[in-house]
Design a protein around this ligand. Structure first.
Ligand code: PLP
Length: 373
């Protein structure tokens, strides 16, 4: 492990990045010349390639964190007379409905249990019942719990019912193999600081070009106008509207080089799966129980129930692990007390083994009873 990293981020982003990704930011770069624009366009092409998209696909980058890219997509790609069906089994799904509400976009929110995947039978019923629906939005890996949602099933329903499908693949893109055409999504959204392992600063959308090209003039915001941003990048060879996050872009370009060097998405996905396997095996040996059933669990982030010990305090546990160079993440579900541990980023099986050792030490030190006698 790099010795200049004081702790590892076992979080869903920002996450641990490599030394070379950080080093790519140690210079100031100009933005207006061909060299920079070529880097931007290369990133855009490679994102389409990673998504398995053919010539019908295009991509656009947008300043801000991942939520800005979700808001840009919802706010720009919903037609003035459209209605959005939001499928939510966690905080990020609900956030899409919040965005629609704030933008006064007509929408329906279909809520599911936080510990179960989105149920396509209910989606199908809703699509049949409400003729006004034009678009459907769902989160791929719901980072609230780490649960995987059935993107291809919902994509197929959208295809059959003639709906446009917006997929928030923020925490899965680059970490779980996915082909946009097979999944049936028209918009796939992610950000620089998740599984591509860049630093925070922009999000990106991989869009079905014929669908996206029809959205001119629909945006409800100037700075988050996805179509305008895309047209600028297309017509001016990779130029952003408004100041672009140059350092973040360079770091991202380096992160893409490292993704290739690792063996692409299949190799990265295999590393994440191994990280996750070691995590769950080690934690369950120590008595910790995962929230989500294994068949629905992603290798991205895992929620664990609190130990049964009434003396357990998350903050104490957190601080003790941080002192041993591991930063974990609080839980987010309403129906159970949980904490979360991410297995994505520049994090390797040996780090997870060390984490398990640290968790073992901390539970002993705090004399925590983890499971019922
Ligand atoms: C991280 C994440 C987002 C975006 O969060 P930001 O904090 O805005 O970067 C959106 N959806 C999902 C599923 C995520 O994991």
């Amino acid at each position: 492990m790099d010795d200049d990293i004081p702790y590892l981020l076992l979080t869903p982003g920002p996450l641990t990045t490599s030394r070379c990704v950080k080093q790519a930011m140690l210079r100031d770069y100009c933005t207006w010349d061909d060299e920079y624009h070529e880097i931007v366009n290369d990133i855009r092409r490679r994102l389409c390639d990673l998504a398995g998209g053919g010539p019908e696909w295009t991509s656009v980058l947008m300043q801000g964190s991942g939520t800005f890219a979700v808001e840009a997509t919802v706010g720009s790609c919903m037609p003035p007379d459209g209605k959005l069906l939001v499928l939510a089994n966690g905080a990020y799904g609900s956030r899409i409905a919040q965005i629609a509400a704030r933008l006064r976009i007509p929408h329906a929110l279909l809520k599911f249990s936080e510990v179960e995947p989105v149920d396509s039978a209910r989606v199908e019923a809703e699509l049949s019942a409400d003729g006004q629906l034009t678009h459907v939005a769902m989160v791929h890996c719901e980072t609230t719990t780490g649960i995987m949602n059935p993107a291809a099933e919902v994509g197929e329903l959208c295809r059959r019912h003639g709906k446009v499908f917006i997929l928030d693949a923020m925490s899965s893109f680059g970490g779980i193999p996915m082909n946009v055409a097979e999944v049936g999504a028209h918009y796939v959204i992610s950000s620089a600081n998740k599984c591509i392992q860049g630093v925070p600063g922009f999000g990106f959308v991989i869009a079905h070009r014929p669908t996206f090209e029809r959205t001119e003039g629909w945006a409800r915001s100037l700075s988050l106008d996805l179509f305008d941003q895309w047209r600028e990048m297309e017509q001016h060879h990779g130029k952003w509207r408004y100041t672009s996050p140059t350092h973040v872009v360079r770091a991202f370009a380096q992160a893409l080089v490292e993704l290739d060097a690792e063996g692409g998405i299949p190799a990265r996905a295999a590393r994440y799966r191994e990280n996750h396997r070691l995590l769950v095996a080690g934690m369950s040996e120590l008595g910790f129980r995962a929230l989500i059933a294994p068949e629905h669990q992603s290798p991205i982030i895992t929620a664990f129930h609190y130990p049964v010990d009434p003396a357990f305090r998350f903050n104490t546990f957190y601080d003790a692990l941080k002192a041993r160079r591991f930063v974990i993440y609080p839980g987010k579900v309403s129906q159970a007390d949980t904490f979360r541990i991410g297995t994505i980023g520049h994090v390797f099986p040996d780090d997870i083994r060390d984490l398990i050792t640290a968790v073992d030490q901390v539970t002993r030190e705090l004399a925590l009873r983890v499971k019922p006698e």
